[in-house]
Ligand binder design. Sequence first.
Ligand code: ZN
Ligand code: ZN
Length: 127
Amino acid sequence: MLKYSKQRELIEQAVVSGRAHPSASEVYNSLRPLCPNLSLGTVYRNLTLLSEKGVIQKLHMPDGSDRFDGSTHNHAHALCVSCGKVQDVGALFEPELAETGFVMTGSQLVITGFCESCAEREKIENA
Ligand SMILES: [Zn+2]
Ligand SMILES: [Zn+2]
């Protein structure tokens, strides 16, 4: 049985090492071969704790799922409503906010649409 702190380290690594914005169950599935005693509840608790500490970001998706992001800098996200892929997009509205004097501390901005491969498959084009 792995020690608690070691588990948290592995959970943190699983989110920080990729750009995939995994859900708790994706992290859980990727770590199961390494720690068979791990439970989904433990993964979710640790991910939430890490996001509260500001190590990672918890993202609330319009489809109701939570995703986790190893990058905590200011950026927005694009969610593919077909395959669920989450991509980073640049920091939006930064010049506009600077102009108004608004001090940004975070964002939960998620743009929904279709990723490149889904759009191609579904023959969807930008309006
Ligand atoms: Zn897609
Ligand atoms: Zn991101």
